[in-house]
Design a protein around this ligand. Structure first.
Ligand SMILES: Cc1cc2nc3c(=O)[nH]c(=O)nc-3n(C[C@H](O)[C@H](O)[C@H](O)COP(=O)(O)OP(=O)(O)OC[C@H]3O[C@@H](n4cnc5c(N)ncnc54)[C@H](O)[C@@H]3O)c2cc1C
Ligand code: FES
Length: 360
């Protein structure tokens, strides 16, 4: 937690100046009322910052702050204590107590000025691609304002909701924006899970294709960073692969020349997703090298054994040429391990771009 600094004595209606600076250098000045969070005050000022749970558990409102503020309760999986000590914050739990400067790791375009979008669509395809992993494709209804297509930045997510139920679940798109209005997801099935149950019923035919789904978004800060021609290395844990597929598809669409590597971590071979898309990507992106990493092989697996963090450490130790940017998406333990590996190998912190896959 930052030094809270002097509180304004006895003043409940104090307003504190907060400057939000995006990665492309745009500064938004807002005033945060005493007792409000930065996310709430930004919303009040008409700016929707990337966020999801707004209760300190998902990590998607992560930023760096300097100044006088208090951090409310939050999960250490979303913001580990050492990051908190280094000035990192969750903006949905950041209560200013004086002037605060916030550095956002994403460009201005990720801040919505007109509110979060809402679309509806139907399930057109669902298939099991690994033991506990499902690929889901939705066809969106045409939108009165934006038309038939769907726009989002690679790396973003949407919240899916079933009609008549308040619960929402966040999933990252695996495709890229398109004129056809199709969105694709890669989803892990959790034992007894709410949305997992819906998908299981679709898989075994207890529900028909054509079921309606409501989508909120897109939102999210994760995405490709402009970094010249530095190599781009991607590290996925399980369905953390989802947003990375979107980034790789965008690179393929643009004929991107960056050297690229994908370390794909799974527990056993049965968890490796059978995705023709990955083969297509390897064909479209000649620079891409895919390295599956199996933690506990159950057969005569001859590929890389261990975690993708181990494989990354070995690759960083043996690299030649310029230091890569590392994009990591997966469970918090993997994200933290990969971040530690990168820093130990001498990569500057800004070379590491993270997305934590947490319960929503
Ligand atoms: C920004 C963001 C993007 C995400 N993108 C994806 C994605 O692309 N693909 C994907 O598969 N998931 C993704 N998730 C995680 C996903 O939202 C949750 O796993 C999902 O809510 C589980 O829904 P459910 O209804 O099936 O399970 P729930 O009913 O919510 O939970 C059932 C049980 O599973 C546990 N559980 C749920 N999720 C997780 C988890 N992630 N890790 C460990 N235990 C869990 C719960 O604690 C509970 O015990 C993302 C999360 C965030 C915050
Ligand atoms: S929106 Fe802040 S931690 Fe989830």
């Amino acid at each position: 937690m930052s030094d809270p600094g002097p509180r304004v004595p006895g003043v409940g209606d104090a307003r504190y100046p907060v400057r939000l600076t995006t990665s492309d250098g745009v500064t938004l000045a807002i005033e945060v009322p005493d007792g409000s969070t930065v996310i709430e005050a930004a919303l009040e000022a008409g700016h929707v910052l990337p966020s999801q749970c707004c209760r300190g558990t998902c990590g998607s409102c992560h930023a760096t702050a300097r100044g006088a503020y208090r951090l409310g309760d939050h999960s250490p999986s979303a913001l580990p204590p050492e990051k908190e000590a280094a000035g990192e914050v969750l903006l949905c739990r950041t209560y200013p107590l004086g002037t605060v400067d916030v550095a956002l790791a994403y460009p201005r375009s990720r801040i919505l000025d007109g509110g979060v979008g809402r679309r509806e669509g139907i399930v057109v395809e669902v298939s099991r691609v690994a033991r506990d992993t499902v690929a889901l494709r939705l066809q969106l209804d045409p939108d009165e304002t934006t038309g038939a297509g769907v726009e989002f930045e690679p790396g973003q997510f949407m919240e899916l909701q079933l009609p008549g139920d308040e619960r929402r679940r966040a999933y990252s798109m695996t495709n890229t924006g398109n004129w056809d209005g199709e969105v694709e997801f890669l989803i892990r099935l959790h034992e007894g899970g709410y949305f997992s149950g819906f998908l299981s019923e679709l898989l075994d035919g207890r529900r028909p294709l054509g079921e309606r789904v409501i989508l909120h978004g897109p939102t999210g800060a994760f995405g490709l960073r402009e970094s010249g021609l530095r190599p781009r290395w991607f590290v996925a844990g399980g369905t953390g692969l989802a947003p990375l597929l979107s980034l790789l598809r965008r690179m393929a669409e643009w004929g991107d020349p960056h050297p690229a590597r994908l370390f794909l971590g799974v527990t056993t071979e049965e968890d490796l997703p059978k995705l023709p898309l990955l083969e297509d990507l390897a064909a479209q992106l000649p620079t891409l090298v895919v390295e599956p990493c199996v933690w506990e092989p159950i057969s005569d697996w001859t590929g890389t054994r261990g975690t993708p963090a181990d494989a990354l450490a070995a690759a960083l130790a043996g690299r030649s040429g310029s230091a890569p940017d590392v994009y990591v998406s997966g469970p918090p333990l993997l994200v933290d391990a990969v971040t530690a590996v990168c820093l130990a190998a001498g990569l500057p912190p800004e070379h590491v771009v993270t997305e934590r896959v947490l319960p929503t």
